[in-house]
Design a protein around this ligand. Sequence first.
Ligand SMILES: CSC[C@@H](O)[C@@H](O)C(=O)COP(=O)(O)O
Length: 341
Amino acid sequence: MHNLKTTSLEVRDNQLWILDQQALPQQKNWLPAHTVGQLVSHIHALSVRGAPLIGLSASLLLALLAEQGLTKPQLAEALETLRASRPTAVNLMNNLDRMKQALAQENFVAALGEEALRLVAEDKVLCDNIARAGAALVKPGSRLLTHCNTGGLATAGVGTALGVIQRAFNEGHVASVWVDETRPLLQGGRLTAWELGELGIPYRLICDSMAASLMAKKQVDAIWVGADRIAANGDVANKIGTYSLAVLAHYHDIPFYVAAPHTTLDRNCPNGEAIPIEQRAAGEVTGVTGSFGSVHWAPENATVYNPAFDVTPAELISGWILDTGVVTPKQVRDGVFLPQK
Ligand SMILES: CSC[C@@H](O)[C@@H](O)C(=O)COP(=O)(O)O
């Protein structure tokens, strides 16, 4: 495979490397993801993260392993191991379904390589299309609020919700961005703040618990988030804390938008209750770990509840901004996300 580089993935000399998103922004470390074991552990550690990026990294690794001579049964096993590495984001499953079709072909080495590169190239276009559709909804002078990280780090392109914000800023419509720090893993505080700084977009970092009072003070004009899975009834799984924002937005009459590629849509998943939610380690809540080391503040044996995602019901969402355009609540109620006949 030829060399390629996105913000956080690199194929160099037929090996996959990932930008360690756990070490950012203090350190820019590229880690080897040369084996299934390495990539799965990077996915578990959230060194590779963001729904689209997880799917692309798994697809590229499979293609590279095929070039290195793994047999069809070995590749099929690798594919299933990768598929099981993160349960909530459906982009991983969607991308691997396409890789599975390539694997079924006689000339599977070439087919896997072509398909993985196609997925990366497509993702860039999907991001651009989402940004274009979403930016048209951003009114001049907007103070936007976002959660988690949905930028170039999480995709092969400009990102999803953050891609919308970037484009709307370039069009002169964004005054500033409120960035939720996004406990427990601080994707907002570490990654979104860093990306917005690099882009020169004015932002202010807040603790998640500060969003409510900002809305009460009329300091937020719209909320933009990404998605890990959109169910057929429009319910959306996204980073824990998204649901609270949607409830707050509803109470304060603030538009709440979800931006995602069509690869995040799961037409076979009837509603949010059917979306598997990943439960994560207690240590993420009892303290914090980063490039600076680990700090723990909770009592030694504290019991913890740590779901990585929550579900926002469709009725709290003002619009689903896909690469195919803006989907309205009425269209969702009329069944636009239902399985296609
Ligand atoms: C374009 S990224 C969309 C989502 O994956 C994003 O909003 C999110 O929830 C990421 O969670 P993470 O656990 O950091 O992978």
